[in-house]
Design a binder for this molecule. Structure first.
Ligand code: 1HN
Length: 353
C-alpha cells in the first residue's frame, strides 16, 4: 500500500460510507436481502386479458394504412402492464397478433429466439421454414424454431390473423443470446415438397426411419387443427381428463416425446360443458388463447372473463381456476408455457392452490 492509497482511504471515511461503496460498484446485501430472496416468487407480470373483439378493428386499420415494407411485421404486441420495458406478455414469454393481407410477403429472416404461430382467422397463407412451405388454417400450430429461416406469404383472399409466440423475453431480455439475420432476398425458394415435415411426422407412432437426426425442437412444421380434432374425437367423452384443465393434450416433439420447443411447450384443452377446474399454482407462466367458447379464469385475485379468440396471461405462482361458462357447449383453450425451461433447470413446482 502506498502513502497515496492511505490518504484516499482517509478522505473516503469522512463521506457517507453507503455512497462511497456505491461509487465503487458495490451494494450492501443486508439492505436488499428480501429482494434477492423473497419468500415466494414476486413476478412483475400481472394477470391480464386481451379482448380480440376490441383489437380486431385496429388490426384491420393497420392492414389498410401500413405497408409491410414499412412495418417488416404488422404486429400488435400483447404487452403485460407489469412488463412494459422491454415489452413481454408474461415471464420469459411474448405474444402478438399479426395480420397480413392478400398478396403480401413478410420478408425472410431468422433469429435465435424460438417462435411459433397459432392461426386465428383466414386461410391461404403459408410460412416458408428452411425451404418448406407450410400452409395455415385456423387452429393450426406452426413452428419456427431457433435459427430457422422464415418468411410469410398470403396467396388467399381476405385478411389472415395469427398469434405469434416467441421466447425472446428469455433469449433477449434475460440471457442476451439473441442473434438476428435477414435472408437477403425477400422470400426463400421452395426446396422441399410443401408441408412434407408435417405429413412425415404427424402420425407419431409411424415415423420415417430414414430421418435419424435428433432435433431438440420438433421437426414438424404444422400441427393442423384437423389432427387436433381427430385426437379429441378419438377419446370423445371416455377420457377422465385433468382436474385443473379438462381434457388436456400436449403437442409433442416426435424425436424426444417432449415439448415441441426447448423453451416453450404447447397444449390444447377441451373444457366440457359446466367444467369447473380445481385451482392450481405453478412456477411456470402460461399464455392462453381461446379457440372457441367462453368462460372464466380466476388468476390470483383477478377474474378474467374470456370468449372466442381472446388471449390471457397467467404469471408464475398465481393460482389459476378455469371454468367453462356454458352448460351445453364445449370450450377449447390453446396454451403455451415456459415449463420446459423450468423443468430442464429443476425450477418447476406446482401445487393445488
Ligand atoms: C418475428 O420474427 C415474427 O417472423 C413475428 O413473423 C413477431 C416478434 C418479435 C421478434 C420477432 C415473424 C416477432 C418476431
Amino acid at each position: 500500500m502506498t502513502t497515496r492509497d492511505i490518504e484516499v482511504g482517509s478522505d473516503r471515511a469522512s463521506v457517507d460510507p453507503y455512497n462511497a461503496i456505491q461509487e465503487l460498484g458495490t451494494a450492501p446485501l443486508w439492505r436488499y436481502y428480501g429482494n434477492v430472496l423473497p419468500k415466494k416468487p414476486e413476478p412483475k407480470a400481472v394477470p391480464y386479458i386481451w379482448k380480440y373483439a376490441s383489437l380486431r378493428p385496429h388490426l384491420l386499420h393497420f392492414l389498410e394504412t401500413l405497408s409491410l415494407e414499412e412495418a417488416e411485421r404488422r404486429v400488435l404486441m400483447l404487452v403485460n402492464p407489469g412488463m412494459t420495458e422491454p415489452p413481454a406478455t408474461s415471464t420469459t414469454l411474448y405474444a402478438g397478433l399479426q395480420i397480413i393481407g392478400p398478396g403480401e410477403t413478410a420478408q425472410a429472416h431468422r433469429h435465435t429466439s424460438n417462435a411459433f404461430r397459432y392461426v386465428i382467422e383466414g386461410s391461404g397463407a403459408y410460412t416458408t421454414v428452411n425451404g418448406e412451405r407450410v400452409h395455415m388454417r385456423p387452429g393450426d400450430l406452426l413452428l419456427t424454431p431457433n435459427w430457422h429461416w422464415h418468411d410469410h406469404y398470403h396467396e388467399g383472399e381476405g385478411p389472415m390473423v395469427w398469434l405469434d409466440a416467441l421466447d425472446y423475453p428469455l433469449t433477449t431480455n434475460c440471457l442476451d443470446v439473441n442473434f438476428f439475420e435477414l435472408y437477403g432476398e425477400r422470400s426463400q425458394k421452395s426446396s422441399v415438397p410443401d408441408d412434407l415435415s408435417s405429413r412425415q411426422f404427424i402420425h407419431g407412432q409411424l415415423s420415417p426411419a430414414w430421418e435419424v437426426a435428433y432435433t431438440e425442437a420438433s421437426p414438424i412444421g404444422n400441427y393442423p387443427w384437423s389432427e387436433t380434432q381427430r385426437a379429441f374425437a378419438a377419446i370423445a367423452d371416455d377420457a377422465t381428463g385433468s382436474a385443473t384443465e379438462g381434457v388436456l393434450l400436449e403437442y409433442k416433439n416426435p424425436m424426444t416425446a417432449g415439448p415441441v420447443l426447448p423453451t416453450m411447450g404447447c397444449r390444447v384443452s377441451r373444457l366440457r360443458p359446466g367444467f369447473r377446474g380445481v385451482p392450481i399454482r405453478r412456477t411456470s407462466s402460461t399464455i392462453y388463447h381461446v379457440v372457441g367458447g367462453s368462460g372464466v379464469a380466476v388468476v390470483g385475485d383477478e377474474r378474467l372473463d374470456w370468449t372466442d379468440k381472446d388471449v390471457f396471461a397467467v404469471p408464475p405462482w398465481h393460482s389459476l381456476e378455469l371454468r367453462n361458462a356454458s352448460d351445453t357447449e364445449d370450450a377449447y383453450l390453446f396454451s403455451y408455457t415456459n415449463e420446459p425451461v423450468l423443468r430442464a433447470l429443476g425450477f418447476f413446482r406446482e401445487k393445488q392452490a
